[in-house]
Design a protein around this ligand. Structure first.
Ligand code: CP
Length: 301
């Protein structure tokens, strides 16, 4: 059974397959309008979302599928009465053909997939991974830069709890001559396990404490918000705000990405800069998620 659980399950070849399919869907979306006519997709979100939930719902609808959905499963599903993820999946498998799940637990998607009744797509698991976000991030990099090998990438913000960061660096580590610069406060630095993973893949990773330590010719700046919902207490002042003045320190070819939502880490004065690609990035998610739904339901050929 095909699931999307972790970025770690992808190879360069499987990514090219996914991105080629995404390109085809994007170029002729109407041609795919009836591919999932007989399918029902369950969308179970136990945590808040705008982009991931609504883009998956839109993706399913554009493919002709029907959806059953709950936007606040933590409160309105029987999880509130103590039902396990596995029991929930066993029941939903009797109604739907695939399930998209976002949950506060790092192991939620793996637990759901262990039932092996329907394909499971991880739409964000705690502080662990958010593979479909990373897939659309990489698709956007490929589109904007024309390649992925050789990219110089700065990752900023919450490298500790930021699941999009964890999934993205796993995908980047598949490519050649990648350099990654991690800029954050001490409290939000990349966990050791990910630094070890990069080392094993011979990816250069440099810890940075200020914008001045980042190379001016970066290809990508990938910023993230502090995941305040994942820890107790105050995280203090945001020190790494990108505004027009900061962005202008970098090359005219440095693109600025963010999984969104942003809080204050990217000032709105850069929104109209051609290097600011985060809204396009979010839009790409629709097509990548259409391709993923087709793949897990074996309707991609
Ligand atoms: N990027 C992302 O996961 O956004 P949402 O939380 O709005 O789904």
């Amino acid at each position: 059974m095909k699931h999307v659980l972790s970025s770690g399950q992808y190879t360069r070849e499987s990514l090219e397959e996914l991105f080629d399919l995404t390109d085809k869907i994007r170029n002729d979306t109407k041609a795919y309008a009836h591919k999932l006519d007989d399918k029902i997709i369950a969308i179970m979100f136990y945590e808040p979302s705008t982009r991931t939930r609504l883009s998956f719902e839109t993706a399913a609808l554009k493919l002709g599928a029907k959806i059953i959905t709950t936007e606040n499963a933590a409160e309105f599903s029987s999880a509130a009465k103590g039902e396990t993820i596995q029991d929930t999946v066993k029941v939903i498998a009797g109604y739907a053909d695939a399930m998209v799940i976002r949950h506060r637990s790092d192991t939620s998607a793996v637990e759901a997939a262990s039932v092996e009744k329907i394909p499971i797509i991880n739409a964000g698991a705690g502080k662990g991974e958010h593979p479909t976000q990373a897939l659309l991030d990489l698709y956007t990099i490929r589109e904007k830069k024309g390649k992925i090998d050789g990219m110089k990438v700065a990752i900023l913000g919450d490298l500790k709890y930021g699941r999009t960061i964890h999934s993205l660096i796993k995908l980047l580590s598949l490519y050649d001559n990648i350099e990654i610069y991690g800029l954050s406060k001490d409290a939000f630095m990349l966990p050791e396990e990910y630094i070890e993973m990069l080392k094993e893949k011979n990816i250069d990773y440099k810890i940075c404490y200020s914008f001045d330590e980042l190379p001016k010719d970066l290809d990508i700046i990938y910023h993230t918000r502090i995941q305040a919902e994942r820890f107790e207490g105050d995280f203090g002042k945001e020190e790494f705000i990108i505004n027009k003045e900061v962005l202008d320190k970098f090359s005219k070819d440095t693109i600025l990405l963010h999984p969104l939502p942003r809080v204050i880490e990217i000032a709105t004065d850069v929104d109209d800069d051609p290097r600011a690609c985060y809204f396009e990035q979010a839009h790409n998610g629709l097509y990548v998620r259409m391709a993923l739904l087709l793949q897990v339901l074996n309707k991609d050929k």
